[in-house]
Design a binder for this molecule. Structure first.
Ligand code: HEC
Ligand code: HEC
Ligand code: HEC
Ligand code: HEC
Length: 345
């Protein structure tokens, strides 16, 4: 991958472990302390450099500090959900100067498919569970908005730099790479032959009250003027920041999750390809974890998930058929599970 990406001649040895770009995400502490390269994504990648707190953070004086005091000494505030997702997003969505761009993807790097709620689920638990029952719904909503914000910051930055625009990974992959036979045709939210935005980080933010259409429209063609794209991205980024600032932690409760699940059942038109379907499934799945699953609902969700799975050994989606997804979706019921299943959460 390193050889292809850096276009190295055959007599030069590829050395991703010395490539600062790779290290920024894969072993950030290794950049300045080579002996820490093997730590890869170690504790300090998420909790902040411990130089100023390694020997004090278990003492009473430390425990009396508030989050701002700890942050001042280099410890990230992982307790704050927005701050936490911003921290993950730097590596899992990317940021200016920390990018998985189309060149890197074409050299073999997996595309980044970050969803905070889902990634939180598979992160090895090493903290005391103190999450409220509606945490998955909240993590989904805060995660989507915060990841979209990071993606718009990156798009804004890329479109500002005329020397490297167009950056192909900002466009919908399927508009250039073979459209699969049975996909919804023509895709409902894209004019055939036009490009449109890479939807992974923008899909479904409309159900959270933020409209991605202006950015999608600005990315209709490779020749769209970059300043127009940068302006649209900047505006959406600011709108998302505003939305995130005004979130109330209580708003994503059980009733909200139920309403959102119902809304998601009417989003058929939004499901045009693997990306949008996968985001849709992840949203349903977070609502299901919040509401307390029933056997039948879990079985239907599992069939949806199986349609989205990568083939063994692959790191990108295989053939996907939106019509089949939508057909199975119709079997999904959000009726209240029996009291027994609900009590088991
Ligand atoms: C913006 C941050 C970022 C940069 C820059 C980056 N990567 Fe990655 N890379 C990731 C993330 C995040 C994953 C995991 C993706 C996932 O599973 O969701 C990953 C996955 C990988 C994988 C697959 C690992 C596996 O277990 O399947 C390889 C190999 C890899 N990166 C190599 C590289 C190399 C080589 C470079 C430099 C040329 C590089 N990466 C630059 C973030 C980055
Ligand atoms: C410093 C960059 C960085 C930060 C910050 C970071 N990650 Fe990662 N993460 C990575 C890389 C790189 C990989 C891929 C590692 C590999 O496969 O070698 C990864 C892998 C993962 C995986 C495994 C993915 C898979 O495909 O199995 C999960 C889950 C994950 N990260 C969740 C998180 C969450 C949640 C946060 C925030 C709380 C976070 N990460 C913060 C860089 C980062
Ligand atoms: C991928 C990101 C990531 C990595 C890597 C990581 N953590 Fe965490 N850590 C978290 C998150 C997220 C939380 C949960 C914060 C919360 O709920 O308060 C957490 C919580 C904690 C807590 C607080 C526990 C509690 O119940 O209050 C400690 C202590 C901790 N981590 C130590 C470590 C150590 C030591 C390592 C390395 C072995 C490590 N972490 C690696 C993300 C990470
Ligand atoms: C505007 C058209 C366009 C878009 C959009 C686009 N690509 Fe590409 N892609 C190309 C072209 C042309 C090549 C071959 C030249 C190169 O390697 O850059 C290519 C090459 C690749 C390769 C290497 C294929 C091989 O056989 O070596 C991969 C993988 C890839 N693209 C993935 C993606 C992904 C994932 C996306 C979406 C994030 C995407 N592309 C978006 C045009 C595009």
């Amino acid at each position: 991958m390193e050889r292809l990406y850096r276009k190295l001649p055959p007599d030069v040895e590829a050395a991703a472990h010395n490539d600062v770009l790779c290290l920024k995400c894969h072993a950030p502490l290794g950049i300045h302390q080579p002996e820490l390269k093997n730590d890869a994504v170690g504790c300090e990648a998420c909790h902040g450099s411990s130089e100023q707190w390694r020997t004090t953070h278990y003492l009473n004086d430390w425990k009396l500090l508030d989050a701002a005091g700890k942050a001042q000494r280099g410890m990230c505030n992982t307790k704050d959900l927005v701050g936490r997702v911003e921290m993950c997003a730097k590596c899992h969505v990317g940021a200016p100067g920390m990018e998985v761009d189309h060149d890197l993807i074409a050299a073999g790097h997996p595309r980044l498919f970050f969803d905070y709620a889902a990634y939180h689920e598979i992160l090895p638990r090493h903290w005391k569970e103190r999450e409220e029952a509606s945490f998955p719904a909240k993590a989904w909503a805060v995660g989507r908005l915060t990841a979209a914000h990071a993606a718009m910051e990156l798009l804004h930055h890329r479109a500002h730099d005329a020397s490297r625009w167009p950056e192909l990974s900002e466009f919908n992959c399927y508009s250039c790479h073979r459209r699969l036979p049975n996909e919804v045709s023509p895709p409902t939210n894209r004019t055939l032959g036009a490009l449109g935005a890479n939807e992974w980080n923008l899909a479904l933010i409309d159900v959270l009250g933020v409209d991605p259409a202006p950015v999608n429209q600005a990315l209709q063609g490779l020749a769209s003027p970059a300043p127009k794209i940068a302006a649209a991205a900047g505006q959406l980024r600011d709108e998302l920041a505003n939305k995130i600032r005004t979130l109330s932690p209580q708003q994503f409760d059980r009733a909200w999750a139920k309403e959102l699940a119902a809304k998601l059942m009417t989003k058929n038109d939004a499901i045009t390809d693997w990306d949008t379907a996968a985001q849709h499934y992840l949203a349903l799945s977070a609502m299901d974890r919040t509401l307390g699953s029933s056997k039948q609902r879990r079985a239907t969700l599992n069939s949806l998930r199986d349609m989205l799975r990568f083939a063994p050994g692959k790191n990108s989606p295989g053939p996907f058929h939106p019509n089949q997804y939508l057909e199975t979706l119709r079997q999904l019921s959000w009726e209240e599970p029996s009291a027994r299943t609900e009590g088991s959460r």
